[in-house]
Ligand binder design. Sequence first.
Ligand code: NG1
Ligand code: ZN
Length: 532
Amino acid sequence: MSFAKVPEYSAKHPKPADITYEYGTAGFRTIGENLESTVFRVGLLAALRSQSKQGKVIGVMITASHNHERDNGVKLIDPLGEMLQQSWEAYCSKLANAASDADVQSVLEEVVRAENIDTSIKAKVAYARDTRPSGPLLQGALEDGLAALDVDASNYGIITTPQLHYIVRCLNTAGTAAAYGEPSEGGYNSKYGKAFLRLVEGKPKPTTLHIDAANGVGAPQVRKLAQSIDSPYFNIEVHNHDTETLGKLNINCGADHVKSNQHQPAGVTIVPGGRYCSFDGDADRIVYYYADESGHFHLLDGDKISTLVATYLRDLVSEAGITDLQVGVVQTAYANGSSTSYIKDSLKLPTVFAKTGVKHLHHKAEKMAIGVYFEANGHGTVLFNPSAVDALTNADPKTPAQADAIQRLWALRDLINESVGDAMSDMLLVETILICKQWTLEQWDMAYTDLPSRLLKVIVNDRSIFQTTNAEQTLTSPEGLQDVVDAIVAKFPKGRSFVRPSGTEDAVRVYAEAATRHDCDQLAYTVAGAVF
Ligand code: NG1
Ligand code: ZN
């Protein structure tokens, strides 16, 4: 491969002079039209990443998830469907900020040298996008980047972010002992649908699940999943499914809106006894909710999903008679304090904190046998690590009940998208557990009561002065500010609050929780006042 065509292609996608790009928690993310040069360059870097992995397929997803429709974003997916290795993020930012077309070429050459890349290897890239209006423009820019380096490229169309992660993993494991499934939309639906039916068939059938698809790509995709499952066990009604009309994506709906505002989305009328969930704009997050008898709204967020799943897995491992297989939970500082206490004190499971962003949780979950990880916002999954697979393979059931529990654990592993948090796979997992336990959402919610919490966004002049340690719960800069926060928190029973710079928006986030709603709000606003 040569870089000869790079300057010519690069000239078609000039970098806006006044913008500095940063590959953050969720890749690059900003106003869609401002991303053309960046997406073109991500195509170039995807090629090098593939070569650095001996020609394995690298994924490129164009999406801005729960963010505004005018925004867009792009991120790279590593061979097993995981987020891009962190050490490459700096290359992404450097390439995105290269000032001239010639500089683009020199950064590529620098990466080749630093990573000792064999550029004679044929690079392979799989790409997809969500439903955003800037998607086609950015897809064109990406295709130019891939063409400039003669990449063997496959377009997977308009699919959810986790579907592309799944496809990348399937492509790279095909024909090996770790084969993950058919690398297609149909393969995805069939793998997860079959695992779901294996787990629920014979149990009583559930009532309708109402899905708020945020007017995003999850709407058509979950319908296709339902068609593929084709069973009363997955009886859904999709709301907020308008992906055609401009200005609807994520507006007053979707998982992020429901979690942040703690009320039902527009476009869905919730009635007591009904079952509801919301996806975000690219269907990698999910939250559930319901109205109690008096019509009050109750949210079942990522923490509730994580505790439900961890409990179920723990019990199944115990029923299987496997003594040396530990289930652990990874959370972030945004996890509600009640959920953390519940995991430690009632479930008696180990729990650790990771920094915000699923890649951090994923890495910590890899260190557990079965690692359940969720952000409070509903983004997460479960990892069955090699020691868990060994324990299941070597399990020696003494009774039919033990044998059945082992089979169920295998089926659960097939039901879960281990490559990344996935709204559709997580939904099937929650549905499975609720069907097996014969639980309503209200019964699921009874495990523990959330402490009132509040998340505020504070716009500051320069968020880079806010630096943290201790899984982002303690400020190390600006000097003295953490002492101020500590002094405020000490005044509130069960108070907890922390301040961190957002990785995806130009803002600082303030989180607070306390024993009462009034205290919690006062705590949040007092800390925000100290930050401002
Ligand atoms: P930032 O903007 O860094 O807080 C947000 C979410 C993360 C994660 C990323 C990626 C909160 C408080 N933060 O990160 O959990 O999902 O976006 O989408 O929800
Ligand atoms: Zn998302």
